[in-house]
Design a protein around this ligand. Structure first.
Ligand code: S3P
Length: 176
């Protein structure tokens, strides 16, 4: 299998992208770039504040620009925000610039993992009920299915998820 240009993690909020990304970065020696952190850096304020003061459309515009920048590079682990892959331009860029892994999880697992982190996620801040998560998951299912690979994470530790991913891209360097 050819060496992927980047390893890109997509999937629903709290599916473990950042955690798994950190493990992958350690194993490969590739830097982890977290798209949400880049957005916060560029806007100079946390995500809930961007949504509140500028609206979701403004957030998505910055996200699109960051995804374009990140996908233009190589040798990176890219952790995207849960909604990034929903945008068709982002999706095409990500699929063209590396191997895209969707971290799948059931609504119950998501709800458990979100825990106290709901406030930092505007789409779940007011309501992170099982119904809300199930509705959003159903809305995005068709899009997430377009990733090159999906790893169902419900019964796996982040280390096991990372190992599964590395097993699907054997050409990449492994430092550990
Ligand atoms: C979002 C997911 C968040 C963040 C923003 C919107 C989404 O990232 O980008 O709150 O639309 O699913 P995480 O998936 O890292 O929580």
């Amino acid at each position: 299998m050819a060496l992927p240009r980047n390893i890109i993690l997509v999937g629903f909020m709290a599916s473990g992208k950042s955690r798994v990304g950190r493990i992958l970065a350690r194993h490969t020696g590739w830097p982890l770039v977290d798209a949400d952190e880049e957005i916060v850096c560029r806007c100079g304020k946390p995500i809930p504040q961007i949504f509140e003061e500028e609206g979701e459309a403004a957030f998505r515009a910055v996200e699109r620009s960051i995804i374009a920048d990140l996908c233009a590079g190589s040798g990176r682990i890219i952790a995207a925000g849960g909604g990034a892959f929903v945008d068709p331009d982002n999706r095409r860029r990500m699929l063209d610039s590396g191997l895209v892994f969707c971290l799948g999880a059931r609504a119950e697992t998501i709800q458990r993992r979100v825990g106290k982190g709901a406030a930092a996620r505007p789409l779940m801040a007011g309501d992170h009920s099982l119904e809300r998560i199930q509705t959003l998951l159903a809305q995005r299912a068709e899009v997430y299915a377009q990733a090159h690979h999906t790893i169902e994470t419900d019964r796996l530790t982040p280390d096991e998820v990372a190992r599964s991913i590395l097993g699907l891209c054997p050409g990449i360097p492994s430092e550990k």
